[in-house]
Design a protein around this ligand. Structure first.
Ligand SMILES: Nc1nc2c(c(=O)[nH]1)N[C@H]1C(S)=C(S)[C@@H](COP(=O)(O)OP(=O)(O)OC[C@H]3O[C@@H](n4cnc5c(N)ncnc54)[C@H](O)[C@@H]3O)O[C@H]1N2
Ligand code: MOO
Length: 399
């Protein structure tokens, strides 16, 4: 026994859950769709950047040996329209930012330092400090064949821009993770639909989970709400046995209408473990059905949020090939005392103020307004003694 009534510690539950997942196979994906995916292959340059010496300024290309001029203007090199002839002694070529430096020139004089009289170019300012000034050398950003990002890199706007510059229109990334979100409960009504009675509530968990997954590489499927009926839930689970993850909310606990486990068994699946020593989120269940990992989250909206943050999102990241899958843990001082904790690891909603962390007034796992009022989840270890004001606390930033 572990002192918390047979509940599994969260870190053990995470390790067991993530061990069920394997990174998805590679697929080629267009750059515009690649953000949030993870590189399955290293990103290599297929060209030199720049491919030639380019001017970094608008001005005049000359030879440093000719300083301080004057020069004869013999033509123009614009971005995309290079000057084709060589620059000889006494020559200057009008040049724009990003244009190729003509042969024979090795220095750019910025136009602010120049006066042009007809075809005569005269130095009026200080001129370039050093020969070679304002020239971006061929290959100085990267050379053909260079490793730009290793496999395992999370694709963001910087990676996408670099890939485009390096000659790619697609990237090899881990395939999207197929996630099915099933919301169960007789009381649920689709968001925005009039409630038939005070016994009904809007089904907020589905849209919440879908929003939490929004930035991850996920193929999401959110079928219709499911009533508390064993056969209906079992059939819905079986329908999605080819998914990577079936995540359910509601029906995870011990009540007469808590049907996720019996429905999973009815559909031919198996339960790996149930109940985690955490608050909120104790009734989480993990099982398998066909290809799918079945992650049963509690119905209470805050419990569903916290368990999605700590279990669902890291599981998706594991499938997606992420190297860091868990939320980042930060430290800040307690602004007020945090009382000694019980046997379950506690994730307390708190505000991060100038004087430190303050718990929000309600820690009820049904109170969604308290979740929005919080900007941190303070992590209290099982049996952690009282933390005094000014002492450090671990927390996860929200939002
Ligand atoms: N006797 C016990 N009762 C409960 C225990 C326990 O150990 N012994 N655990 C409690 C804890 S902790 C939690 S958390 C809840 C979890 O219950 P379920 O996962 O079975 O969830 P439901 O009973 O179906 O619903 C709980 C609550 O959440 C609302 N809900 C459900 N689905 C949604 C949804 N999609 N969107 C918004 N709200 C939803 C539902 O109406 C209930 O109010 O069990 C405790 N009970
Ligand atoms: O786990 Mo429940 O989430 O404590 O309310």
């Amino acid at each position: 026994m572990n002192g918390s009534g047979g509940l599994i510690p969260l870190d053990e539950a995470q390790a067991r859950l993530f061990a069920l997942a394997r990174p998805k196979p590679p697929v080629e994906i267009a750059l515009v769709q690649a953000c949030g995916h993870v590189l399955a292959q290293p990103l290599l340059a297929t060209r030199n950047q720049p491919a030639a010496d380019l001017s970094a300024m608008d001005g005049y290309a000359v030879s440093a040996d000719d300083m301080p001029g004057p020069w004869t203007l013999i033509g123009e090199s614009a971005a995309g329209r290079p000057f084709r002839r060589a620059v000889k002694r006494g020559d200057a070529v009008r040049i724009s930012t990003g244009a190729i430096v003509p042969a024979g020139a090795d220095t750019i004089v910025v136009q602010e330092d120049i006066r042009v009289d007809g075809t005569t170019v005269v130095l009026t300012g200080d001129g370039p400090a050093t020969p070679g000034a304002h020239i971006r050398r061929a290959g100085h950003d990267f050379a053909d064949g260079a490793l730009l990002a290793p496999a395992g890199t999370c694709v963001d706007a910087r990676v996408i821009a670099l890939a485009a510059m390096a000659g790619h229109g697609t990237l090899s990334v881990h395939a999207p993770v197929r996630v099915v979100i099933l919301s169960t409960g007789d009381e649920l009504v689709a968001p925005g639909t009039p409630l038939p009675s005070p016994a009904h509530i809007p089904a907020s968990n589905g849209v919440m989970l879908s929003a939490m997954l929004h930035r991850l590489p996920v193929d999401m499927n959110m079928p219709a709400l499911l009533a508390d009926r064993l056969d209906g839930i079992a059939a819905a689970l079986a329908d999605h046995r080819d998914a990577d993850i079936i995540v359910t909310t509601g029906g995870a606990s011990v009540g007469d209408h808590d049907l996720i486990q019996p429905a999973l068994l009815e559909s031919g699946g198996s339960v790996d473990f149930w109940r985690i020593a955490m608050r909120p989120g104790k009734p989480v269940m993990v099982g398998r059905l066909g290809n799918a990992i079945v992650l049963g989250l509690p119905g209470n909206p805050v419990s569903a949020y916290v368990t999605a943050l700590l279990l669902l999102l890291p599981l998706v990241r594991t499938f997606a090939g992420y190297q860091e899958v868990l939320p980042h843990i930060r430290q800040a001082a307690a602004s007020v005392p945090f009382s000694a904790n019980g046997a379950r690891q506690d994730f307390m909603r708190a505000r991060l103020t100038d004087s430190g962390l303050v718990p929000v007034s309600s820690q009820d796992s049904g109170a969604l307004s308290s979740l929005l009022a919080a900007d941190a989840l303070v992590i209290r270890a099982a049996h952690q003694p009282e933390t005094l004001a000014g002492e450090p606390l671990d927390y996860i930033a929200l939002g």
